[in-house]
Design a protein around this ligand. Structure first.
Ligand code: ZN
Length: 226
């Protein structure tokens, strides 16, 4: 099925909205409009078009969900995006705060053989540079349990799993303090008045982490520091 760039962006946006929400599986028109930075009226037209192509289930009151075929299309776009990000960092030497915008372009090249060869060339990576999972060749998304860093309490140990790629400035900052996927740390204390936390990393360095930062980092709690 040939899909326009805009159609692909909608499918990905709908996938991201349902993947990030803990309750509703439906993506509402307003949530899609916000994500696509457009008016709800133009969203409705596009949703009708994608339903006509069998990619969406449209529930007038709740919003939309992806059909099996829509889900496959969305996961293939996510797969392409994350493989290219991996390529940009590991093969071309880009920094992780430089790659998202480029991958937004590259993800639209959907030639299956190109993507299969890119995957093989990179050694079938399972995570992109931000720690996000890359859907496999059969377009399955593995399940993973993470929690936001800001839900940790004083005394807990954790490992960074993935970080929000949305802000270049945040990524640069995390790079500076070397808090990346795989980093281990211990929560020394949590400040009650602004929820900022003091962490100690494995190398012994201590950092104060604001709530804004800890909101954008997903972690896995550890029983103890490895
Ligand atoms: Zn990205």
């Amino acid at each position: 099925m040939q899909l326009s760039r805009t159609e692909q962006n909608y499918l990905k946006a709908i996938y991201m909205i349902s993947a990030s929400s803990t309750e509703a599986v439906e993506a509402s028109t307003n949530a899609i409009a916000a994500r696509m930075d457009t008016r709800p009226a133009s969203v409705s037209d596009m949703l009708r078009r994608l339903s006509d192509k069998g990619l969406l289930n449209h529930n007038r009151y709740k919003g939309v969900t992806l059909t099996e075929s829509g889900m496959q299309q969305a996961l293939f776009i996510v797969r392409r995006h994350r493989l290219w990000e991996h390529f940009l960092v590991h093969s071309l030497g880009f920094r992780w705060d430089e790659i998202h915008e480029i991958a937004e372009e590259l993800e639209h090249v959907s030639h299956p053989e190109l993507i299969a060869r890119l995957d093989a060339f990179l050694g079938n990576p399972t995570e992109d540079p931000h720690g996000e999972l890359i859907p496999g060749a059969h377009l399955q998304m593995p399940h993973r349990h993470t929690k936001p860093m800001n839900s940790l309490i004083s005394g807990e140990h954790a490992r960074v799993v993935c970080v929000d790629e949305g802000s270049d400035v945040l990524l640069k900052y995390l790079d500076e303090i070397e808090l990346r996927p795989g980093s281990h740390f211990h929560v020394v204390s949590v400040e009650q008045f602004d929820n900022s936390m003091r962490i100690r990393k494995k190398d012994g360095s201590e950092w104060r982490i604001t709530r804004e930062v800890s909101n954008s980092v997903q972690v896995e709690r550890l029983d103890r520091m490895p």
